[in-house]
Write a protein that binds this ligand. Sequence first.
Ligand SMILES: Nc1nc2c(ncn2[C@@H]2O[C@H](COP(=O)(O)OP(=O)(O)OP(=O)(O)O)[C@@H](O)[C@H]2O)c(=O)[nH]1
Ligand SMILES: [Mg+2]
Length: 192
Amino acid sequence: MRGRFLTSASSANGMPDFGMPEIAFAGRSNVGKSSLLGEILRQPKLVRTSRTPGRTQLLNVFSLDDELALVDLPGYGYAKLSKKQRACLDIMVTGYLKERVGLLGVVQLLDARRERVSEADRAIAEMVVGSSRRLLLVITKSDLIPKNQRIQQSRRIEKDLGVPVRTAILCSARTGEGRDELVRAMRELAAI
Ligand SMILES: Nc1nc2c(ncn2[C@@H]2O[C@H](COP(=O)(O)OP(=O)(O)OP(=O)(O)O)[C@@H](O)[C@H]2O)c(=O)[nH]1
Ligand SMILES: [Mg+2]
Protein backbone atom coordinates (compact mmCIF):
# COMPACT_ATOMS: atom_id res chain seq x y z
CA MET A 1 0.00 0.00 0.00
CA ARG A 2 1.69 3.18 -1.16
CA GLY A 3 0.50 6.78 -1.10
CA ARG A 4 2.20 9.44 -3.13
CA PHE A 5 1.61 13.16 -3.69
CA LEU A 6 1.17 13.86 -7.41
CA THR A 7 0.33 17.53 -7.87
CA SER A 8 -1.65 20.60 -6.86
CA ALA A 9 -3.68 22.64 -9.33
CA SER A 10 -6.15 25.49 -9.23
CA SER A 11 -8.32 24.24 -12.08
CA ALA A 12 -9.04 21.20 -14.19
CA ASN A 13 -7.17 22.85 -17.07
CA GLY A 14 -3.99 22.96 -15.06
CA MET A 15 -4.02 19.23 -14.43
CA PRO A 16 -2.16 16.68 -16.47
CA ASP A 17 -3.56 13.29 -17.34
CA PHE A 18 -2.47 10.96 -14.55
CA GLY A 19 -2.95 7.81 -16.58
CA MET A 20 -5.08 6.21 -13.88
CA PRO A 21 -8.73 6.37 -12.84
CA GLU A 22 -9.51 9.58 -10.96
CA ILE A 23 -11.81 9.92 -7.95
CA ALA A 24 -12.42 13.16 -6.02
CA PHE A 25 -13.33 13.76 -2.36
CA ALA A 26 -16.03 16.38 -1.88
CA GLY A 27 -17.92 17.72 1.10
CA ARG A 28 -18.52 20.65 3.37
CA SER A 29 -15.54 22.39 4.82
CA ASN A 30 -14.24 20.63 7.94
CA VAL A 31 -16.17 17.42 7.28
CA GLY A 32 -12.90 15.48 7.26
CA LYS A 33 -12.00 14.95 3.58
CA SER A 34 -8.27 15.46 3.99
CA SER A 35 -8.15 13.37 7.17
CA LEU A 36 -9.93 10.44 5.55
CA LEU A 37 -7.65 10.64 2.52
CA GLY A 38 -4.63 10.56 4.84
CA GLU A 39 -6.08 7.44 6.46
CA ILE A 40 -6.73 5.83 3.06
CA LEU A 41 -3.15 6.48 1.99
CA ARG A 42 -1.99 5.42 5.47
CA GLN A 43 0.07 8.60 5.52
CA PRO A 44 -1.77 11.21 7.56
CA LYS A 45 1.10 13.67 7.28
CA LEU A 46 1.04 13.64 3.50
CA VAL A 47 -2.38 15.33 3.47
CA ARG A 48 -2.77 18.65 5.27
CA THR A 49 -5.68 18.90 7.66
CA SER A 50 -6.79 21.47 10.18
CA ARG A 51 -9.19 22.16 12.99
CA THR A 52 -10.08 25.41 11.24
CA PRO A 53 -12.35 25.02 8.22
CA GLY A 54 -10.99 26.21 4.91
CA ARG A 55 -7.69 24.37 5.12
CA THR A 56 -7.59 22.85 1.62
CA GLN A 57 -7.39 25.66 -0.93
CA LEU A 58 -6.25 23.83 -4.05
CA LEU A 59 -7.05 20.63 -5.92
CA ASN A 60 -4.47 18.33 -4.32
CA VAL A 61 -3.89 15.01 -6.05
CA PHE A 62 -2.46 11.83 -4.53
CA SER A 63 -2.07 8.33 -5.86
CA LEU A 64 -2.88 5.11 -4.09
CA ASP A 65 -0.59 2.29 -5.17
CA ASP A 66 -0.04 4.12 -8.46
CA GLU A 67 -3.45 2.74 -9.43
CA LEU A 68 -5.91 5.43 -8.40
CA ALA A 69 -5.60 9.24 -8.54
CA LEU A 70 -7.42 10.67 -5.50
CA VAL A 71 -8.24 14.37 -5.48
CA ASP A 72 -8.64 16.28 -2.21
CA LEU A 73 -11.02 19.14 -2.99
CA PRO A 74 -11.49 22.36 -1.03
CA GLY A 75 -14.64 22.23 1.10
CA TYR A 76 -17.79 24.19 0.37
CA GLY A 77 -20.09 26.13 2.64
CA TYR A 78 -17.62 27.69 5.02
CA ALA A 79 -19.12 31.03 5.96
CA LYS A 80 -16.13 32.56 7.70
CA LEU A 81 -13.92 32.98 4.68
CA SER A 82 -14.42 36.25 2.82
CA LYS A 83 -17.08 36.27 0.12
CA LYS A 84 -14.41 36.53 -2.51
CA GLN A 85 -12.38 33.61 -1.14
CA ARG A 86 -15.47 31.45 -0.89
CA ALA A 87 -16.55 32.25 -4.44
CA CYS A 88 -13.06 31.43 -5.65
CA LEU A 89 -13.05 27.99 -3.95
CA ASP A 90 -16.60 27.23 -5.10
CA ILE A 91 -15.64 27.98 -8.70
CA MET A 92 -12.57 25.77 -8.33
CA VAL A 93 -14.66 22.84 -7.06
CA THR A 94 -17.64 23.13 -9.40
CA GLY A 95 -15.41 23.92 -12.40
CA TYR A 96 -13.32 20.83 -11.69
CA LEU A 97 -16.39 18.62 -11.22
CA LYS A 98 -17.94 19.85 -14.45
CA GLU A 99 -14.88 20.02 -16.68
CA ARG A 100 -12.48 17.32 -15.64
CA VAL A 101 -12.75 14.76 -18.41
CA GLY A 102 -10.94 11.94 -16.63
CA LEU A 103 -13.05 12.22 -13.46
CA LEU A 104 -14.75 8.89 -12.88
CA GLY A 105 -16.47 9.33 -9.57
CA VAL A 106 -16.86 11.35 -6.41
CA VAL A 107 -16.73 10.30 -2.79
CA GLN A 108 -19.09 12.67 -1.00
CA LEU A 109 -18.59 13.01 2.73
CA LEU A 110 -21.30 13.85 5.23
CA ASP A 111 -20.80 14.21 8.95
CA ALA A 112 -22.40 11.37 10.94
CA ARG A 113 -23.78 13.93 13.39
CA ARG A 114 -25.71 15.87 10.76
CA GLU A 115 -29.43 16.20 11.22
CA ARG A 116 -30.18 17.29 7.69
CA VAL A 117 -28.47 17.28 4.32
CA SER A 118 -27.74 20.85 3.21
CA GLU A 119 -28.66 22.43 -0.11
CA ALA A 120 -24.97 22.63 -1.00
CA ASP A 121 -24.59 18.87 -0.41
CA ARG A 122 -27.62 18.18 -2.53
CA ALA A 123 -26.37 20.42 -5.35
CA ILE A 124 -23.02 18.63 -5.46
CA ALA A 125 -24.65 15.18 -5.49
CA GLU A 126 -26.94 16.27 -8.33
CA MET A 127 -24.04 17.69 -10.29
CA VAL A 128 -22.11 14.42 -9.96
CA VAL A 129 -25.00 12.17 -10.90
CA GLY A 130 -26.18 14.58 -13.63
CA SER A 131 -22.80 14.41 -15.33
CA SER A 132 -22.94 10.59 -15.35
CA ARG A 133 -20.28 10.13 -12.75
CA ARG A 134 -20.51 7.65 -9.93
CA LEU A 135 -21.29 8.87 -6.44
CA LEU A 136 -20.08 7.11 -3.31
CA LEU A 137 -21.62 8.38 -0.09
CA VAL A 138 -19.43 8.30 3.00
CA ILE A 139 -20.78 9.07 6.46
CA THR A 140 -17.70 10.13 8.36
CA LYS A 141 -16.57 10.90 11.90
CA SER A 142 -18.54 7.80 12.93
CA ASP A 143 -16.52 7.72 16.15
CA LEU A 144 -18.44 10.80 17.30
CA ILE A 145 -21.85 9.09 17.50
CA PRO A 146 -22.82 6.07 19.61
CA LYS A 147 -22.44 2.68 17.96
CA ASN A 148 -26.16 1.92 18.17
CA GLN A 149 -27.05 5.04 16.16
CA ARG A 150 -24.61 4.60 13.28
CA ILE A 151 -26.69 2.35 11.02
CA GLN A 152 -29.88 4.31 11.63
CA GLN A 153 -28.11 7.58 10.87
CA SER A 154 -26.65 6.17 7.63
CA ARG A 155 -30.14 5.13 6.43
CA ARG A 156 -31.48 8.57 7.31
CA ILE A 157 -28.80 10.44 5.38
CA GLU A 158 -29.09 8.09 2.37
CA LYS A 159 -32.82 8.79 2.26
CA ASP A 160 -32.38 12.54 2.69
CA LEU A 161 -29.76 12.75 -0.09
CA GLY A 162 -31.72 10.40 -2.33
CA VAL A 163 -29.10 7.70 -2.85
CA PRO A 164 -29.97 3.97 -2.81
CA VAL A 165 -30.33 2.40 0.65
CA ARG A 166 -27.44 0.50 2.17
CA THR A 167 -24.91 2.10 -0.16
CA ALA A 168 -23.36 4.56 2.30
CA ILE A 169 -20.06 3.61 3.90
CA LEU A 170 -19.53 4.53 7.55
CA CYS A 171 -16.01 5.81 8.12
CA SER A 172 -13.78 7.36 10.74
CA ALA A 173 -10.34 8.78 10.10
CA ARG A 174 -9.78 8.49 13.81
CA THR A 175 -10.50 4.77 14.28
CA GLY A 176 -9.97 3.59 10.70
CA GLU A 177 -13.54 2.26 10.54
CA GLY A 178 -14.69 1.81 6.94
CA ARG A 179 -11.30 2.52 5.41
CA ASP A 180 -10.85 -0.90 3.79
CA GLU A 181 -14.47 -0.99 2.64
CA LEU A 182 -14.08 2.41 0.99
CA VAL A 183 -10.87 1.40 -0.78
CA ARG A 184 -12.66 -1.72 -2.04
CA ALA A 185 -15.60 0.35 -3.29
CA MET A 186 -13.30 2.79 -5.09
CA ARG A 187 -11.37 -0.03 -6.74
CA GLU A 188 -14.64 -1.60 -7.80
CA LEU A 189 -15.84 1.72 -9.21
CA ALA A 190 -12.61 2.01 -11.19
CA ALA A 191 -12.82 -1.67 -12.17
CA ILE A 192 -9.33 -2.52 -10.98
N1 LIG B 1 -13.41 12.69 15.69
C1 LIG B 1 -13.05 12.79 14.41
N2 LIG B 1 -12.51 13.94 13.95
C2 LIG B 1 -12.18 14.00 12.64
C3 LIG B 1 -12.36 12.91 11.75
N3 LIG B 1 -11.94 13.30 10.53
C4 LIG B 1 -11.50 14.57 10.66
N4 LIG B 1 -11.63 15.01 11.92
C5 LIG B 1 -11.27 16.34 12.43
O1 LIG B 1 -12.03 17.33 11.73
C6 LIG B 1 -11.27 18.50 11.46
C7 LIG B 1 -11.28 18.82 9.98
O2 LIG B 1 -10.59 17.81 9.27
P1 LIG B 1 -10.06 18.01 7.78
O3 LIG B 1 -9.65 16.66 7.31
O4 LIG B 1 -9.05 19.11 7.69
O5 LIG B 1 -11.42 18.47 7.03
P2 LIG B 1 -11.62 18.90 5.50
O6 LIG B 1 -12.95 18.39 5.08
O7 LIG B 1 -10.45 18.48 4.68
O8 LIG B 1 -11.69 20.49 5.62
P3 LIG B 1 -11.42 21.61 4.46
O9 LIG B 1 -10.11 21.30 3.84
O10 LIG B 1 -11.43 22.89 5.21
O11 LIG B 1 -12.55 21.51 3.52
C8 LIG B 1 -9.87 18.22 12.04
O12 LIG B 1 -9.80 18.80 13.32
C9 LIG B 1 -9.82 16.70 12.12
O13 LIG B 1 -8.96 16.22 13.13
C10 LIG B 1 -12.93 11.70 12.28
O14 LIG B 1 -13.15 10.70 11.59
N5 LIG B 1 -13.26 11.70 13.61
MG1 LIG C 1 -9.18 19.53 3.49
